[in-house]
Write a protein that binds this ligand. Structure first.
Ligand SMILES: [Zn+2]
Length: 376
């Protein structure tokens, strides 16, 4: 009786231990933080960059307690040789001494065992058909309310808090309301996404962040168990995608960090792939500090397409500040985290594949079982 209903509906695949390298590929071009060549910027050394009193960028170097560094000549050489800075109000960046490998110093949750993003090995995911399908509410409406588009210094973000968008079902515990969506992208096509599929990197990833309605708001929910539900969409290079025009055409208005502008409301559904039926599900974290492990992640199998020109708009028009200068935001993605003991689920059989083909022996077993059941 290998072909029990339960066996067919919920086939549990053997879990492979994720072999994610601890050695991350960090980029130097357009990165938000290039580490000092010889001087670590840590609080321990007493030498670190801070936002100026204006609460804008213009960083200054605090040399208190670092007597040997009080020479103006040395300070000048530090400033000349290095391009270190931090984003206003933040103590983290994507490279350097305050980069992802050291986020745990200031944000202990970042050293947790259920962190995001991860590589999704589709030959090792667990089919859980009972997850079913997500239900999207009001994702197809257009309101009179303008949306707020913002350059927050590490991404482009659209505020949805005034909209009444929500998701439910699909294995979620209750209703989750949409709060915002934003993007992570690379300085080249070969990188940029946070999640990988079978080790494949994508040039961009969009996250639509939702909070559990029972917590009332996103800031409360973000530190609660299953407080957030984030939908992740991976991008590939393709034809020009007109659905993103309303966002990209306003990039000139948000060139600088903390710039924001109003954009016309549109159907959020229009930004999503046509096929939302196949997704991956796992428990993870925020991919930026404070890295709370509060996120129910949903990564869709179907990718979105945008043109090279559209990707270049992200790469070249969105800036943050560096020692008074402007630097394009790119490579704003966190390196892969270890899966550890977690299980990645898929809601549909077609979520299990490898290089486009079903290669798992378990697949053949399932097919044989189905045939046997048919014959019987
Ligand atoms: Zn994100």
């Amino acid at each position: 009786m290998c072909c029990s209903v339960a066996g067919i509906i919920s086939l549990v695949w053997s879990q492979k231990k994720q072999a994610v390298s601890d050695n991350y590929i960090l980029t130097d071009a357009h990165s938000p933080c290039v580490s000092l060549n010889f001087l670590p910027i840590t609080r321990e050394t007493g030498c670190f960059l801070k936002p100026a009193l204006t609460d804008r960028i213009l960083p200054w170097i605090d040399l208190t307690g670092f007597a040997t560094m009080r020479s103006g000549a040395i300070v000048l050489s530090v400033l000349t040789i290095n391009l270190n800075y931090i984003v206003s109000g933040n103590k983290w960046a994507y490279t350097g001494e305050i980069g992802p490998e050291n986020w745990g110093r200031e944000y202990p949750h970042c050293d947790g065992t259920s962190q995001s993003p991860i590589n999704i090995d589709t030959s090792a995911v667990t089919l859980l058909s009972t997850l079913g399908q997500l239900v999207f509410t009001n994702y197809d409406i257009v309101t009179d309310v303008n949306l707020r588009l913002e350059n927050n210094g590490h991404s482009v973000q659209v505020d949805l808090s005034n909209e009444d968008l929500s998701i439910s079902h699909g294995g979620l515990d209750g209703v989750y309301k949409a709060a915002q969506f934003h993007f992570h992208w690379g300085s080249a096509d070969q990188r940029g996404s946070e999640h990988d599929i079978n080790g494949e990197l994508f040039p961009m990833e969009m996250h639509i962040v939702h909070y559990a309605e029972r917590f009332g708001n996103a800031s409360t929910a973000m530190s609660e168990d299953k407080g957030l539900a984030v939908l992740g969409f991976l991008f590939e290079v393709g034809e020009h995608n007109t659905h993103f025009d309303e966002i990209i055409q306003h990039f000139d208005e948000i060139r600088n960090q903390d710039d924001s502008t109003n954009i016309t409301s549109f159907q959020l559904k229009s930004l999503m792939p046509d096929n939302l039926e196949v997704f991956y599900r796992y428990s993870g974290s925020l991919t930026t500090p404070p890295c709370y492990e509060s996120v129910v992640w949903t990564i869709f199998k179907e990718t979105l397409k945008v043109s090279e020109d559209q990707l270049n708009a992200f790469r070249t028009k969105i800036h943050h500040e560096l020692l008074g200068g402007k630097v394009p935001v790119s490579d704003d993605y966190r390196p892969l985290q270890k899966l550890n003991e977690r299980i990645v689920y898929t809601n549909a059989f077609s979520g299990i594949y490898s290089a486009g083909t079903l290669v798992q022996s378990s697949s053949y077993i399932l097919i044989i079982c189905a045939l046997a059941a048919f014959i019987a």
